[in-house]
Design a protein. Structure first.
Length: 252
């Protein structure tokens, strides 16, 4: 009886095929991992969605929103502030700053200008100089030149008037000039027209009012007044000397 040949294992080819596929899969995984780590990840981290923030100055809030939209950015109000340069309603400041590189879908905070701040001149009449200065500072204004002059309306050392006057609207830090009273000044009068009047009666009337009369020319105490100093309409006080010239006779 002939001897039977030993049978070769049937699973050997299948095992080699399986091992081959596993090796190919591992190689593909390693290659993919290498590509992902070296090419894809850097792009995801550094490149994809990365934008440069545009300059929003000299734009209104609505214009800033429209400017940011194509970049995938959104505008948000960070507040408002007075400014002497940027007009009211325009972007005064932004964060992040223009030119900054940011990821997409990020908010850009903007501060909107309220424009130049204005103040009203407070009521200063009757205030002391110190009190007027405090009121001006509270209103955002400054004390300007102080001029002293007699006043019958305000007591000595008190504010009689301001320039500009009460409730005038001014830019912040504008100087307001003050008129401070030195007390009541001497009484003043308007010089009347005396020409053609009899000098004796005029003289007695003016001297009774406290004026000093001086005769000129012929120095006569009678007659019609033909010249006078000060001239009619002049502002005079009792300290003034009134000079009268008479004709020496009554002129009719």
């Amino acid at each position: 009886m002939a001897e039977s040949k030993p049978r070769r294992p049937i699973l050997a080819p299948r095992l080699r095929s399986l091992l081959t596929w596993i090796a190919i899969a591992l190689l593909a995984f390693a290659t993919g991992l290498l590509v992902f780590n070296n090419l894809v990840m850097p792009r995801l981290i550094h490149g994809v969605g990365q934008v440069t923030v545009p300059d929003l100055t000299n734009l209104t809030f609505e214009q800033a929103e429209q400017t940011l939209r194509p970049f995938g950015l959104q505008a948000s109000r960070a507040g408002e502030r007075f400014d002497t340069v940027v007009p009211r309603g325009f972007v005064l400041q932004q964060d992040p700053e223009a030119g900054s590189t940011v990821r997409g879908r990020k908010r850009v905070s903007v501060t909107i200008s309220l424009g130049e701040e204005f103040s009203s001149v407070p009521e200063l009449f009757g205030e002391s100089l110190r009190g007027a200065r405090i009121l001006l500072e509270r209103a955002g204004l400054q004390q300007g030149t102080v001029v002293q002059a007699p006043s019958d309306e305000a007591g000595e050392g008190l504010v009689a008037a301001s320039d500009p006057g009460t409730e005038a609207v001014l830019q912040r830090n504008t100087a307001v000039h003050l008129l401070v009273s030195t007390g009541s000044g001497p009484e003043s009068y308007v010089m009347p027209e005396l020409l053609g009047r009899e000098i004796g009666g005029v003289r007695r009337q003016l001297e009774a009012m406290g004026f000093r009369i001086e005769r000129t020319g012929s120095r006569t105490s009678v007659g019609t007044i033909v010249a006078q100093v000060p001239a009619p309409g002049s502002r005079i006080s009792r300290a003034n000397v009134i000079q009268l010239t008479a004709s020496g006779r009554i002129i009719r």
